[in-house]
Design a protein around this ligand. Structure first.
Ligand code: ATP
Ligand code: MG
Length: 393
């Protein structure tokens, strides 16, 4: 038997298996998301099993593309391109032998697992018999602890799946099981990572970006659009709001003393994002803040900023170090875009010595001079909406 590429991919999940009576809901969402993520790349069908999801492929499917897509579907923990055979020793042995013939290795093990006890041999008997066969065929020795090659044989009620390569996925929960959040997404490194971490917990994210165009000839809008497109890979449909912030900044500069301005800007961003989020059905706001990273991210300033929100403000990066955040950004694929130079709407207007402990009374005396509801309503009205979609069937 010559070895073709496997025609199935078996996807394992952990955490969703633990969700009790919600389990079918999570598995259905996982299956829907895998279907969506793999449209147009030669996937024939996606099937829900009890302990795995099975993806069956056309012969033309490119396994590298399939791997890349599946590894980004949240809820999947690991996956394995697999060969499917009848529940018959000879058929299984033929495939195991073909896998062994296709590779070079000095040590191996067979790991059989009977999900269905009806098969006439025990897992142990299968391991021994297949092991002897591979040993005679290749001369490689059996090593149960640290083999070069581990050939897995899963016996299901109606068929067997055999595989030797397994790949990690990002885990988490399927997007769509966790409700919607509105993310304050700058063009920087942190907030795209915060977005990803919320999506990985099952949330759909609406993105809100504030820019100072045309006051500033920056590229932050283009960066935000590029980031939205990159993040859309994980949630399939994304709305990005580009909110003009220049008028508010000019108003703040006229009204609020320098050291307090960053906190004043952030309070406006929170109010506007909340107004957009409410329209979008979001249940919480999300920022990329990490405690103590910069002067605006002290505990006191976070408190003074968060106070204007009526929705919870979630900060998924709050306890992370910059280096960890950078590594995640690289893994997600947003880092290269995030570090492109741009004139962030705040860099220009940030004073040299921002106050690291602004109390709300210090800000409200100046806010009282502004028509905040009107300013928020104007910004929401002038926001531009961009939409991103993975292809639909
Ligand atoms: P990031 O890497 O996400 O830009 P940062 O470390 O630069 O974060 P700040 O500039 O203090 O930190 O911003 C803190 C948070 O405020 C950001 O993570 C983001 O959630 C929000 N934010 C800042 N600027 C903007 C913007 N122009 N549009 C939308 N949200 C913003
Ligand atoms: Mg920033």
């Amino acid at each position: 038997m010559t070895l073709e590429a496997p025609h199935d991919v078996m996807v394992r999940f952990h955490e969703i298996a633990l969700k009790g009576k919600n389990r079918p809901v999570f598995i259905r969402q996982l299956v829907d998301n895998i279907r969506r993520a793999t449209i147009g790349i030669g996937v024939k069908q996606v099937w829900a099993g009890r302990m795995f999801v099975r993806i069956s492929l056309e012969e033309t499917a490119d396994m590298n593309v399939v791997r890349e897509r599946v590894s980004r579907v949240f809820g999947a923990v690991k996956f394995a391109p697999s060969y499917r055979t009848e529940l018959d020793y000879d058929a299984i042995a033929e495939t195991v032998s073909a896998i062994a013939a296709d590779r070079s290795f000095e040590s191996f093990r067979i790991s059989a697992h009977r999900a269905d006890k009806a098969f006439p041999m025990t897992s142990y008997e299968l391991n021994v018999k297949l092991g002897e066969m591979v040993n005679i065929q290749t001369g490689a020795r059996v090593d149960l602890k640290n083999p070069d090659l581990d050939i897995r044989v899963d016996l299901m009620p109606r068929e067997a799946f055999i595989w030797a390569d397994e790949y990690p996925a990002d885990g988490g929960l399927p997007v769509g099981t966790g409700g919607r959040v509105a993310v304050l997404m700058s063009g920087g490194i942190d907030s795209p990572v915060a977005t990803w971490r919320m999506m990985r917990r099952g949330c759909r994210a609406t993105l809100v970006h504030f820019h100072s165009f045309p006051l500033v000839e920056g590229r932050s809008r283009e960066k935000a659009q590029e980031l939205a497109e990159l993040l859309n890979v994980y949630q399939y449909d994304t709305r990005l709001y580009l909110v003009p912030f220049a008028d508010i900044q000019q108003r703040v500069i006229l009204t609020v003393p320098g050291p307090l301005r960053v906190v004043a800007y952030r309070r406006f961003m929170i109010r506007i994002a909340e107004a957009i989020g409410r329209r979008e059905g979001a249940k919480a706001l999300v920022t990329g803040e990490s405690l103590g990273q910069v002067s605006s991210q002290t505990l006191q300033n976070m408190a003074t900023v968060g106070e204007v929100a009526t929705m919870p403000v979630l900060r998924p990066l709050v306890g992370m170090d910059k280096q960890e955040i950078i590594e995640q950004a690289e893994h997600i694929g947003t880092f290269e875009t995030s570090i492109l130079p741009d004139e962030d709407c705040c860099t220009l207007f940030v004073p040299k010595s921002p106050n690291t402990a602004v109390h709300s009374e210090q800000i409200t005396v100046f806010e009282d001079d502004m028509d905040i509801p009107q300013m928020v309503a104007d910004a929401v009205r002038d926001a531009e909406l961009f939409e991103y979609h993975m292809p639909t069937a």
